[in-house]
Design a protein around this ligand. Structure first.
Ligand SMILES: *Cc1c(COP(=O)(O)O)cnc(C)c1O
Length: 427
């Protein structure tokens, strides 16, 4: 890594031909790996047992550990959060329309559409960037059967108001908690809110099972249905009592998940250290604001998101991202452009005409910075120094990029996509 202290002009930036600050790419969400030896021991055990899937001992242990940590009665492990959400949506009997934020990973909308349910996109609150309860209330119609909230970047939704709206209109309330494992809301762990919540243990999430998910709930009847549905509806060796699918986690994933859980406190400590350093070193940079986490709640500090105000910075978020990428700092534009601006939704009539002001502003301005156990204090310092330099010279860099007709989308798609796909970064 070459520190940028000696950069004196914008021409020294890699995007204008200088040497990149990092020889190797710095990622958002490079997988955290726990104790390798413990994982390998578990792999040996499961091979010796020849019990590779179908509710094996590691999956059972993983489900117990998740339920205990979260403080819920039931946990059903799934191959990923997407399948977990689909099973939960089916088990809850959702149909017609479901209210969902647009400012989220595309899976939240796709799971509904995939099941023949219309996602009704709703705007988010400006601070938390989670479902705006007033907007939700305004979207409830005769075909609405549920609300699917997202605890974006670990910041819980306004659970109380969403629950009240759901109760009042007899709607089901489900949470996509893919980002929020290990986070609390008013001192209560995420996982116990609404009818059910779904976690992701994908490789890029801070606690991973290679791929994995878990549906958690306190509702006993729902848990029974979820369990049947995630195993083809089997109630016994050759008794099928209803429609089901293959939604089982395998033993190797559970072995990785259990190993990750053992290092969870360390992962959180590293994320917290990185987040606090970013906050400290970017404080006072005009136009840049690192989204704060509440000090009174438990957090996983998994996503360091920064709001780039183009007017105050004199440079757009996309241009900042482009400069970073050229330096091998692979910041992400989560969640650009918002689900309602992606197919198949954006071509459908009501969605095409829909305006979601807070979502659209966030999609234009938010930038997610590299963190996780693969990122240390010297890397964070270098990224902060780069960002300070870029904002300081904002208008000058912006003008130079316009002269080159530089486009971030084209750059990432054409030049960087093959490398990203190889490294498993594109999810
Ligand atoms: C990652 C993610 C998902 C999908 O999780 P998988 O385990 O990869 O299926 C769903 N929703 C959100 C908000 C996510 O970030």
């Amino acid at each position: 890594m070459q520190l940028l202290a000696n950069r004196s002009s914008t021409g020294d930036l890699a995007i204008f031909g200088g040497t990149p600050a990092f020889g190797e790419p710095l990622h958002v969400g490079r997988p955290n790996i726990g104790e390798r030896q413990r994982f390998l021991e578990r792999m040996n055990d499961l091979l010796d047992r020849r019990w590779l899937t179908n509710q094996g001992p590691y999956v059972q242990e993983f489900e117990r550990c998740i339920a205990d940590r979260v403080g819920v009665r039931h946990c059903v492990a799934t191959p990923n959060a997407t399948v977990g959400l689909e099973i939960a949506i089916r088990a809850l009997g959702l149909r017609g329309e479901v209210i969902v934020p647009s400012f989220t990973f595309i899976a939240t909308a796709h799971v509904l559409q995939w099941l023949g349910i219309t996602p009704v996109f709703c705007d988010v609150e400006p601070e938390r960037l989670t479902l705006d309860p007033d907007a939700v209330e305004a979207q409830v119609g005769p075909r609405t059967t549920g609300i699917l909230g997202v605890h974006l970047w670990g910041r819980p939704c306004d659970v109380e108001r969403l629950s009240a709206i759901a109760d009042c209109h007899h709607l089901r309330l489900l949470f996509d908690a893919a980002h929020a494992f290990g986070c609390s809301h008013n001192g209560q762990m995420v996982g116990s809110f609404g009818d059910a919540e779904v976690f992701s243990f994908h490789a890029t999430k801070f606690c991973n099972a290679f791929e994995g998910g878990a549906i958690v709930t306190n509702d006993e009847d729902l848990a029974r249905t979820l369990r049947l549905m995630h195993n083809f509806g089997f109630a016994g060796y050759d008794t099928v009592v209803g429609l089901g699918i293959n939604g089982k986690m395998n033993e190797a994933s559970a072995a990785m998940g259990l190993t990750s859980l053992e290092s969870l406190d360390e992962f959180i400590a590293v994320n917290r250290r990185n987040y606090e350093q970013y906050r400290r070193e970017l404080a006072g940079v005009r136009g840049l604001r690192v989204l704060p986490f509440s000090d009174s709640e438990r957090q996983n500090y998994q996503y360091v998101a920064v709001d780039v105000d183009a007017v105050e910075c004199g440079i757009s978020r996309d241009d900042v991202a482009a400069v970073c990428w050229a330096e091998n700092v692979l910041v992400r534009r989560y969640f650009f452009p918002g689900c309602h601006r992606m197919e198949p939704y954006r071509s459908s009539r009501p969605v095409r005409e829909q305006v979601l002001p807070v979502t659209e502003r966030a999609a234009e301005q938010m930038l997610t910075l590299p963190t996780g156990t693969a990122v240390g204090p010297s890397e964070v310092a270098a990224v902060c120094e780069l960002l300070r330099f870029v904002v300081h010279r904002g208008p000058e860099i912006s003008a130079a990029l316009r002269k080159q007709a530089f486009d971030f989308q084209t750059f990432t798609n054409a030049d960087a996509a093959p490398a990203l796909a190889r490294e498993g970064v594109l999810v």
